[in-house]
Design a protein around this ligand. Sequence first.
Ligand SMILES: [Zn+2]
Length: 467
Amino acid sequence: MLHLTAFLLASCLPSAAEIKAGAAEADITPPPGYRMSGYFRERLNTGTRDPLHAKALYVEQGDERAALVFCDLIGVPAEVVAQAREIIERQTRVPGDHVLVAATHSHTGPLYYDVLREHFHRLAVEKHGGDPQEPFDYADQLAKNIAAAVKQAHDAARPARLAAGIAQQTGLSFNRRFHMKNGKVVFNPGRLNPDILRPAGPIDPDVGLLLARDAAGDQPLALLTVFALHLDTLGGSEYSADYPYYLQRALRRDLGDKLVSLFGAGTCGDINHIDVSSARPTSERSETERIGNRLAETVVENVDRLAPIGQPALAVRRQIVDVPLQRYPPQQVEAARRNMAKIGGKELSFLDQVEASKIMALELRGKPSLPLEVQVFRFSPEVALVALPGEVFVELGLEVKRRSPFRTTLVVELANDNPHYVPTRKAFAEGSYEVVNSLVETGGGERLVEAAVELLQRLAPSQAPKR
Ligand SMILES: [Zn+2]
């Protein structure tokens, strides 16, 4: 009798509304011959190794709705995100500010925005009267494709169960900044360089996982993998999603060929795949495949051990942080304008080319500060995802996770805009490539961290001790 009473009481308690989820992908491969992004020279596409996608995960619980989109691109500018959100608001009931649009940071996709695109595009127009590399407006089409993927995921939504957790992966990612014997800090000093003293920063071995299964058939619908490792393992002039292509291929073998494998770049502004203690060459197809397969093994080993989200509590919050941009005196801006003609050549050093294009990127934005968006998605009282703009240094993502009141916190970068690198204060003092290429003033990254932690604290129902 007591048992029955307890059972009746328990069943009368208000239970959380059920989760619905759907996933879809849209092909965003540009036409052949499009300009490619990733390096400081004009590089024209010669074919497709594997197609590029925008992959969408839609989640709803009661009146709360959210969409997370990950694109096989170097970055997605705020203008494209705004256009996609506007279409999504019209076509679904997902509020624009509940939409995350992130880039995986593939270096084998199109160059379709920012200063180098403007530069090469202008040269082409001057020379040909039009730009033969851009047969249509890729940015406009991308916004429509992102919205189409979200609409399709939204329309496919069905009762679902979520699970999340963090696996560990070592041996694939390396901090690429090093203290050298001459007292300087440099990025990518080269394999077996005898002047290396030690890495200038840590890595983040976390593999953040968020799985959505069909509640009826238990079939995995979508799996988000977040890992902090720069997507520049391939090179060449063919389109490719880089190692997440192999990750998805391997995951589909184990979890079903309908699985949508979404990849979120963890904070990896200063992390890449080059192990300077080894002579093994990289930037080969085999290396890309090895990384994707190894990461997939780790994911598959852990996917059945993920903690089920028994008490879902979907919520999305964001904060706009007005981050001051670097400023240059007029004569330096004029020098940079002249130096743009030397981009891709041998006349100007690499870092001088980077600085010239950075200064012109600041001119292009034409304002003293940039409104940058920090987003937090809460899936349960224990699981949250943080989205930060730009190529964020690993220390900043680690700091967000260390201070997060949630047991499981995933942090993705290159979300909702790409204001280039977001280094730490420490890195600004040390210098080298990422700092030369950054737009934000020193301290901008730490301000994003503060905003993320504040949002996490606001969304956390209690200060449960972290596992
Ligand atoms: Zn990068």
